[in-house]
Design a binder for this molecule. Structure first.
Ligand SMILES: NC(=O)c1ccc[n+]([C@@H]2O[C@H](COP(=O)([O-])OP(=O)(O)OC[C@H]3O[C@@H](n4cnc5c(N)ncnc54)[C@H](O)[C@@H]3O)[C@@H](O)[C@H]2O)c1
Length: 278
């Protein structure tokens, strides 16, 4: 899909990867970029940077009514949403000892918010015969690595949800892409503490202990702009998995994906439909 003249919504647009996506979508000629974030000032700052194509909305993506309101308001005041990017995400530090409150808050932002966006958008997109859902997961959603279990597990779930949506609605015109970068130079990587970190007193993890930071030691740190470049190229080609950093991916005859990390870890992924056919 080309982004020219499209109406795009980006959650987590106040900072980091989301902010870079907003700027890049505008540079590609998007008609309007709706910057959604719970950080109202940050969303306004991104809208200012985007210029006349940018508009800011304050919302908490873990509240389904907030996502519904974003969709309803955008469709009523601007027009039909062509692309909804579920990008907002938070860290979740710790292992099995991490309290339920951490698991629940990370699950809400990293997974349920993507579900709420799909629930709000898919009926509208089906009615008009197409649309695009973008999901920011992570390389931590493709490869299990030591460290923050709530983050890694919820990112695996985000990839799974995106795959399920792609398989279920792809033939009905709804395109899905899932962004899976390794370490990206944003507030999150620099040790930014999300609510989950505060729940654990901020003592159980830091940017340095995160899977993506450990991976960066192998593969280097990406800039948010580099991720946005790769996302735009992937949307243009309508590819499912975007930006695996240095992950080396080959398509195999069976249609599955062989994903290799530079340090020798590898994992085979097969889509459910392909497994069923095997
Ligand atoms: N930085 C990395 O190394 C990296 C790597 C791979 C994937 N990711 C993913 O990329 C996405 C963006 O992360 P980033 O690195 O740009 O982080 P960031 O902290 O710079 O930006 C995240 C944004 O999400 C917003 N947000 C958080 N919770 C919200 C909520 N409940 N409602 C509305 N907005 C909310 C924050 O206010 C912030 O503006 C996340 O999903 C993250 O997991 C990050």
């Amino acid at each position: 899909m080309e982004l020219r003249d499209r109406i795009c919504v980006v959650t987590g647009g106040a900072s980091g990867i989301g902010q870079a996506l907003c700027r890049r979508f505008a540079a590609e000629g998007a008609r309007t970029v709706v910057i959604v974030d719970k950080d109202a000032d940050g969303a306004l700052a991104t809208a200012d940077a985007v210029g006349t194509q940018g508009t800011a909305l304050t919302a908490d993506v873990t509240v389904e009514a907030d996502i519904e309101a974003v969709v309803e308001r955008t469709e009523a005041e601007i027009g039909p949403i062509d692309l909804f990017a579920s990008n907002a995400g938070i860290l979740g530090f710790g292992g099995i000892e991490a309290p339920d409150s951490v698991w629940e808050s990370v699950w809400s932002v990293n997974v349920l918010a993507h579900l709420y966006a799909a629930r709000a958008m898919i009926p509208l997109m089906l009615e008009r015969g197409g649309g695009y859902l973008l999901s920011t997961a992570s390389a931590a959603g493709l490869l299990s690595q030591p460290g923050d279990a709530p983050y890694s597990v919820t990112k695996h779930a985000a990839v799974a949800l995106a795959e399920w949506l792609a398989i279920t609605y792809g033939d009905l015109g709804i395109k899905v892409s899932c962004v899976c970068p390794m370490a990206v130079n944003t507030a999150m990587l620099r040790g930014g503490a999300g609510p989950a970190a505060q729940d654990t007193g901020g003592s159980e993890g830091s940017g340095a202990s995160r899977p993506e930071t450990q991976a960066a030691a192998v593969a280097g740190i990406l800039s948010p702009e580099r991720v946005a470049d790769s996302v735009v190229a992937g949307i243009r080609d309508e590819r499912f998995e975007l930006d695996r950093g240095e992950l080396d991916v080959e398509r195999h005859d069976g249609g599955g994906l062989q994903i290799e990390l530079g340090n020798g870890i590898e994992r085979q992924r097969l889509h459910i439909t392909q497994l069923a056919a095997a």
